[in-house]
Design a binder for this molecule. Structure first.
Ligand SMILES: [Fe+2]
Length: 491
C-alpha cells in the first residue's frame, strides 16, 4: 500500500546533509520546527537525515532482545501473559512497600523531578509517531491508530491533551528547563518524530512501535505510586494506566490495527518481521530505569551551580566573600564548584543534616527580597534542599493526590448529528471555539475553512495543525476538535 508523505516534509539530497553531523537532540528540535539554529536546513534535516537516523535506530533495535513472538498467532497470548506478569510484579512491589521497604525508584523528591525533566523530550511529543497517518484517513485499517492519535491529543480538549498535561506538570514543579539535557534524553522523542515523518515508508515498523509503546509497563505503575508519595501529581502517569489498557484502550487498538493491516496478499511474513523490529524500537535510547539510575544528587547539584556560575561570576560585587575569597573568583572556574560547596559548609553558610532554616545560603535563595531570590527554579531548589537535608528518608511520604485516571477521552466537541452537513459542523465549531489566547489564529483557521463542504477539504486544511509542534496551541486544539468530530462522529 502507498501512503502519502505529510505535506510539510521536503525530501532532499544526502549530499547537503553530510557535514551537519546531526545528533538526536538537534534532529528532535529540527523536526519539531522549533528552531535548530540551522536556518534553511530544517527541511533537509527533517527529510534525509531523519530517515537515516530512523534506519540506524532500527538496526540497533534489531539486535535487542524482546518478548515479541515469532508468529502473530501467539501474539495476543504473549501480550496477555506479559500484562499478567506486570500485575503480579506490581502486587509484589506493593507488598514490599507495605512491609516497610524504601521507594524503589526515587531516593528523594529532586530525583523524581530529575526524571520528569529527563523524559520531557519524549512526553512532549506523546503520540507523535502516529501523526503521519492522518494523510491516509480514508483507509479504514488505520482508523484505530488515528483514533489513538486523536485521543493522545485529548480530541482537542485543553485539559485532556497529553502534551499539555505534561507541560502543566513541568511548570507546576519548576521543571521547565529540559531543553539542554544530554543528547541521549532526546533519542526516543526523535525516533517518534522520525516515524511521523516517514509513516508511509515505515508503516510496519510504526505499527509495531505503537504496539510496544501502548503496553502497560511496570515502571509506569511504580512511577505513579512514588510520585504520589513525594507529593508530585501523578495524573499524567495514572491517565496512561487507564487509557492504554489491553481490554478496551490503546493496547487493544494497537493489536487490532496490526491484525487489520497485515497483508492478505503479498509477503505477510516480511511485514510481521518489520512489525517486530518496530516493537523493539521502543527499547532504543534511554529507558526509564536507565534515566532513574543516572541520577546522582551531588553531581546534579554541581552541574546546576556550574551552570549558574557562568552568569553569576560577572554579577557579584567585590564585597561577596566566601572563605576569604571573592565569590566572583570562585564562580569563574567550574572546576572549583565542589570546593565552593565544601567551603560554604566549613564557613557555616550551609549546614547539612540540619533544618533548612539553619543555612544562611538557603535564606539567600528563598527569602523574599533576598539577593538571590528567583535565581534557582523549583527543580534546582529541590536539589539543594535534598542535598542540605542529606537524608532521603526525611522526604515526606504522603498520598496527596487522588487517582484521577479517566477512561477513553473521546467526546464529541459538537453534538454528533448524522444529518448535519460538513458546513454546519464547521460553522458550529467556529462559533463555539474559545477565543482566549491566540484567537487571531483560530479566526484565520475558520476563515480558511469558509466554503469547505467535504471531509477531504476540511482535513486538507486541518491536518498540518494537528502536527506534534502545532496541536498544543489554541489553533491546534480548535483544529483537533473539528477533526475529531468529523473523523469519529461523522461516518
Ligand atoms: Fe499519551
Amino acid at each position: 500500500m502507498m501512503y502519502s508523505v505529510p505535506h510539510n516534509i521536503q525530501p532532499t539530497t544526502p549530499a547537503l546533509l553530510a557535514p551537519l553531523q546531526v545528533d538526536s537532540r538537534q534532529l528532535y528540535f529540527a523536526m519539531l520546527d522549533e528552531g535548530s539554529g540551522i536556518v534553511g536546513q530544517i527541511d533537509e534535516l527533517s527529510g534525509s537525515t531523519s530517515r537515516s537516523f530512523l534506519q540506524e535506530q532500527l538496526s540497533i533495535a534489531a539486535a535487542t532482545h524482546s518478548d515479541f513472538p515469532a508468529t502473530m498467532l501467539s501474539l495476543p497470548a504473549v501480550l496477555c501473559s506479559a500484562q499478567d506478569q506486570v500485575a503480579q510484579e506490581y502486587r509484589h512491589y506493593l507488598d514490599e512497600r507495605s512491609a516497610g521497604s524504601p521507594r524503589r525508584y526515587f531516593g528523594c523528591r529532586s530525583h523524581a523531578m530529575y526524571f520528569l525533566r529527563a523524559v520531557a523530550p519524549t512526553k512532549l511529543v506523546d503520540g507523535a509517531w502516529l501523526y503521519g497517518l492522518l494523510q491516509s484517513w480514508q483507509d479504514p485499517r488505520l482508523t484505530p491508530l488515528i483514533r489513538t492519535y486523536l485521543e493522545e491529543l485529548g480530541c482537542g480538549n485543553l485539559q485532556q491533551n497529553h502534551v499539555l498535561i505534561y507541560k502543566r506538570l513541568l511548570a507546576r514543579y519548576g521543571c521547565e528547563k529540559w531543553q539542554d539535557g544530554p543528547t541521549a534524553h532526546f533519542t526516543q522523542g526523535a525516533v517518534q518524530l522520525a516515524l511521523a515523518h516517514h509513516a508511509d515508508e515505515f508503516l510496519p515498523e510504526l505499527i509495531g512501535f505503537n504496539l510496544g509503546y501502548e503496553q502497560l509497563p511496570l515502571h509506569l505503575l511504580i512511577t505513579a505510586y512514588e510520585l504520589n508519595e513525594l507529593n508530585i501529581d501523578p495524573y499524567y502517569f495514572t491517565l496512561h494506566v487507564s487509557i492504554d489498557n489491553a481490554s478496551t484502550g490503546h493496547a487493544r487498538l494497537a493489536l487490532q490495527s496490526l491484525q487489520d493491516c497485515t497483508p492478505r496478499l503479498g509477503d505477510a511474513k516480511e511485514f510481521y518481521r518489520r512489525v517486530g523490529n518496530g516493537y523493539r524500537l521502543n527499547q532504543v535510547g534511554m529507558g526509564t530505569q536507565q534515566v532513574i539510575a543516572s541520577f546522582d544528587l551531588e553531581q546534579e547539584l554541581l552541574r546546576v551551580i556550574s551552570d549558574k556560575a557562568q552568569t553569576g561570576a560577572k554579577l557579584h560585587s567585590d564585597y561577596c566573600l566566601v572563605g576569604g575569597r571573592l565569590l566572583s573568583e570562585w564562580l569563574s572556574s567550574s572546576a572549583e564548584m565542589a570546593d565552593l560547596l565544601k567551603t560554604l559548609q566549613s564557613t557555616g553558610w550551609i549546614r547539612r543534616g540540619e533544618s533548612l532554616e539553619q543555612s544562611r545560603f538557603w535564606h539567600l535563595l528563598t527569602d523574599e527580597q533576598a539577593p538571590m531570590f528567583g535565581v534557582f527554579d523549583g527543580y534546582e531548589l529541590q536539589l539543594l534542599k535534598d542535598w542540605i537535608l542529606n537524608d532521603a528518608n526525611k522526604t515526606p511520604t504522603i498520598n496527596r493526590f487522588r487517582i484521577r485516571a479517566t477512561g477513553s477521552t473521546i467526546e464529541s466537541s459538537a453534538a454528533p448529528q448524522s444529518d448535519a452537513s460538513i458546513k454546519q459542523i464547521i460553522a458550529h465549531h467556529a462559533n463555539k471555539a474559545p477565543r482566549t489566547g491566540n484567537c487571531a489564529e483560530v479566526d484565520i483557521l475558520f476563515s480558511q475553512l469558509t466554503g469547505v463542504d467535504t471531509k477531504a477539504g476540511a482535513f486538507a486544511v486541518l491536518t498540518g495543525l494537528l502536527s506534534p509542534a502545532n496541536h498544543p496551541t489554541p489553533a491546534g486544539l480548535a483544529a483537533t476538535r473539528l477533526y475529531a468530530d468529523l473523523f469519529l462522529n461523522l461516518s
